[in-house]
Ligand binder design. Structure first.
Ligand code: AOF
Ligand code: ZN
Length: 368
């Protein structure tokens, strides 16, 4: 890496924080940020927009009629080198007279991967690559896995009592406190898709939106895993399917009388195979979601479904919200909860972060 200075690091860290804002919003595209800096002043910025267009560099450059000489561009991802749905950002930076480009990480997309850097260097720009690379890569984790042919990023949210039980006591609607639940809504906002099992739909009738003030449009696409297609037609998710989008994965399409009724209500039904235990094959589910371009998937229960993703080694991060409440300790722990507790504590995961949320705690585990 060519030498960078203290200011470069400062601006890049800021750009990475900006890029993290639009994670979960940019469709097939990664969320990228671009800062334009001249004489120690940020003169413009851009973040990849909703649905992935326009790109960050385009937005930052378009805000300025004149770009002063010596303007530096800080980008969290290598500028793209080809014309796709969007113009080539490498060419845009050159055309607008940018003299120095600081890049956090190369684009893992084989269509770009180093070509953007080459184009800039060939035109004589001063290019620095690899500044704050590890944090920048966290922002594009799911995109990178998907584009390199693996599954999208799969993260699990678990909310439990101290003893690891994830089913709320009948007298209480919630296990965790309101702060934990708000954090849970942030997770919804920064994922493309949220998945639940059909039993969760039957018991909770959730709507799975991001209900933080002003953030309803950050809600993810909803998915139900429903082996036998028994999702109630009058549940919230089906009722709002036309408006919010709903995909049901099932093995049961042939002899089901409700088939047409689901389609009439705007539900997308997708048939997948089952595994040896008769449960839907979650790898096939992820294959389909990857083909649809999704980068980040949040699994929000129940425990049988979460343990299915965990047992198949498909999970990247676990967000484990734990209340300080000891309730429910006389109830036997379900098999799903047993598996979740066992795998989280196994050598397959290591703790990445621990956050205190009043009397609850959040532990974030990363697969190793
Ligand atoms: C950038 N800046 O803000 C983003 C980039 O079909 P297109 O034209 O939208 O190109 C998609 C590719 O662009 C995507 O796969 C990824 O490699 C890159 N994303 N590049 O220069 C951006 N989001
Ligand atoms: Zn671009």
């Amino acid at each position: 890496m060519k030498s960078s200075n203290h200011d470069d690091t400062f601006y890049m860290k800021y750009a990475i924080r900006l890029a993290s804002r639009n994670i979960g919003l940019t469709g097939e595209n990664p969320s990228v940020a671009c800062l334009l800096v001249c004489d120690g002043k940020i003169i413009s910025h851009g973040i990849t927009e909703k649905g992935g267009s326009p790109h960050a560099e385009f937005i930052a450059l378009s805000k300025l009629t004149n770009i002063p000489p010596k303007t530096i561009a800080y980008v969290t991802l290598e500028p793209c080198s080809f014309v796709g749905k969007n113009p080539s950002c490498a060419s845009l930076l050159i055309d607008r007279g940018i003299s120095k480009v600081v890049i956090a990480t190369k684009d893992p997309n084989p269509l770009v991967n180093g070509v953007g850097i080459e184009i800039l260097e060939k035109k004589g720009l001063n290019v620095i690559v690899g500044l704050e690379e590890l944090s920048a890569k966290e922002n594009i984790y799911g995109f990178e896995q998907k584009i390199l042919g693996s599954y999208p990023e799969v993260n699990i949210k678990v909310a439990s009592y101290q003893n690891g039980i994830t089913i709320p006591d009948q007298k209480e609607p919630w296990i965790t406190n309101s702060l934990s639940r708000s954090y849970g809504h942030i997770l919804r906002s920064n994922h493309d898709v949220i998945i639940v099992g059909v039993n969760t739909v039957k018991i909770d009738n959730p709507n799975l939106d991001c209900r933080l003030p002003g953030m309803i449009d950050r809600s993810p696409i909803k998915v139900i895993i429903d082996t036998n297609l028994t999702t109630p037609l009058n549940c919230s998710l089906v009722k709002n399917a036309n408006k919010n989008g709903l995909i049901i994965f099932t093995s049961e399409l042939n002899n089901n009388n409700n088939f047409i009724k689901f389609l009439d209500r705007g539900v997308e039904l997708i048939k997948v195979d089952t595994d040896a235990d008769g449960l839907l094959n979650v790898k096939s589910v992820l294959d389909t979601l990857r083909e649809k371009g999704f980068n980040r998937i949040l699994v929000e229960g129940g425990s049988t479904l979460s343990s299915s993703f965990l047992s198949n080694n498909l999970v990247n991060f676990i967000y484990w919200f734990k209340s300080d409440n000891q309730k429910n300790d006389k109830k036997p722990i379900s098999n799903g909860d047993k598996t979740i507790n066992k795998i989280i504590k196994s050598s397959k995961f290591k703790i990445k972060d621990s956050i205190s949320l009043k009397n609850d705690s959040l532990k974030i585990f990363k697969s190793v």
